[in-house]
Design a binder for this molecule. Structure first.
Ligand code: SAH
Ligand code: F3S
Length: 442
């Protein structure tokens, strides 16, 4: 049987796409291997969101090319493949295939042509109808955690945030049919999946022509699919939380009390230049609406530091927004110039040293805010899904509905089950926890 080795970089949608590729190749008899040395086909699923992500992949290609012996095929897939296309074939001579996010259906044929005829190819056409509906994704439990699965409900992006390469790498937005989403989740549930994370670039703007995101939440999280105990989604766009979606979140028991709500900046002036569709006040309204609809909801965010034209005053607004919202977590990024995006044309770029200095202050503030919130949670009890063995010691890594990570002692058989724990301490970001005596339901 031919062996496929695949390495995944970037976001959860890439993890989900890698599962699709394993499905496409699984149908052809391929089995997965974790060892690149024994692989017949090596794929690297890439990210293009920041230059740093691309540099890492280029470095990794330098290492992987030694496995590229005669008869073996090396491919670069994903967003960086889409962005660079044939240029990547020129740049890395060992690469046979360059395939973008809509081209994975063609993998078996392109692999065969590369192997048998030495043909090198770049397949970077967008296909607006592509949802890989018939492909039986091969779930990667190590990536999504015990009992959990990613389900892509929307591909591409029609928004035009000026810093972002994603619309150019993932193409036009399209939503899967609700019935297909429910079908997939039903099959997952039948195989023991209890937690589902719905994926899309602006996932709450989902619309299949008939149904909106509220319909998806209700269909997947209550009634239609038995056995789905936790429902998450990422990433929503702040202004796409309609009343209907908020109500569906509040009324659907499986929907978890956590939302990742990328803000990017706390300055209305910067948000405007980013072409985000809200200002600071509107974002704060969305935060308030979410907190009202779902009491106790945890909020995390993405923040970009040093966007072109960002002044110290703008940056102060970002700091004060972090204080004001009291996020549970925040991912912080230095602005990275992406060729072909509108922001490239904004002239007053922020010096790298200033970016670094602002980043330092932001990270320190985020740590303090998150720590304060988490200290307040020590002593509280939570339902957790036991996901996997912890990296260190004989502990288990568990996750609350609010997306907090706790380490607890327990037998390996608990993995994939739900337990009640009490938080006994915090490192500032994660918790130690004590399992309670209650019997498990799972
Ligand atoms: N649709 C997704 C965004 C995908 S990109 C969402 O709304 O969550 C993931 C994150 O990367 C963004 O939220 C942003 O904070 C960051 N990012 C995107 N482009 C960037 C750039 N050019 N420089 C730095 N960070 C960027
Ligand atoms: Fe990027 Fe904005 Fe879409 S961040 S993925 S263009 S919503």
């Amino acid at each position: 049987m031919p062996r496929i080795y695949i390495e995944t970089y970037g976001c959860q949608m890439n993890v989900s796409d890698s599962e699709l590729m394993l499905g496409v190749l699984g149908r052809e008899g391929y089995v997965r291997t974790e060892d690149p040395a024994e692989a017949d086909v090596l794929l690297v699923n890439t990210c293009a969101v920041r230059d740093h992500a691309e540099q890492r992949v280029l470095g990794r290609m330098g290492e992987l090319k030694r496995y590229k012996q005669p008869g073996r095929v090396l491919g670069v897939v994903g967003c960086m493949a889409q962005r660079l296309g044939p240029k990547l074939l020129e740049r890395v001579p060992q690469v046979d295939l360059v395939i973008g996010p809509d081209g994975y259906r063609g993998l078996p044929e392109l692999i065969a042509r590369a192997r048998d005829g030495g043909e090198r190819a770049a397949e970077v056409e967008f296909k607006e109808w592509e949802h890989y509906e018939d492909v039986p994704a091969v779930r990667d439990n190590a990536a999504s955690g015990g009992g959990g699965a990613f389900v892509t409900v929307q591909r591409g992006c029609d928004y035009r945030c000026t810093f972002c390469i994603v619309p150019m790498t993932r193409g036009p937005e399209r939503s899967r049919k609700l019935a297909d989403v429910v079908g997939e989740v039903t099959r997952l549930a039948a195989n023991g999946t209890t937690e589902v994370t719905l994926l899309g670039q602006t996932v709450n703007s989902y619309h299949d022509g008939e149904h909106d995101f509220a319909d998806v939440l209700r269909a997947v999280g209550r009634g239609a699919v038995d056995g789905i105990r936790r429902l998450r989604f990422t990433s929503p766009y702040p202004t796409d939380f309609t009343e209907r979606v908020l109500r569906a979140m509040a009324e659907t028991p499986a929907v978890c009390e956590h939302v990742h709500l990328p803000v990017q900046s706390g300055s209305s002036r910067t948000l405007k230049r980013m072409l985000r569709r809200y200002d600071r006040a509107r974002y704060l309204e969305v935060v308030a609406a979410l907190r009202q609809a779902v009491p106790g909801i945890a909020l995390s965010t993405d923040i970009i530091v040093g966007f072109p034209g960002e002044t110290e005053a703008d940056f102060q607004e970002t700091l004060s927004l972090v204080e004001e919202v009291q996020f549970d977590d925040a991912f912080t990024f230095k602005y990275s110039v992406r060729e072909g995006t509108p922001a490239v044309k904004i002239s007053d770029h922020v010096d790298p040293e200033v970016q670094t200095e602002r980043m330092g202050r932001l990270v320190a503030l985020v740590r303090r805010v998150v720590r304060q919130r988490n200290i307040g949670l020590v002593g509280t009890t939570h339902e957790v899904l036991v996901e996997r063995p912890a990296r260190r010691g004989d502990l288990l890594q568990c996750r609350t509905r609010t997306n907090k990570i706790a380490l607890a002692q327990g037998p390996a058989e608990w993995i994939g089950t739900y337990r009640q724990v009490r938080f006994t301490g915090t490192t500032g970001s994660t918790f130690t926890a004590w399992p309670l005596e209650q019997p498990a339901w799972a």
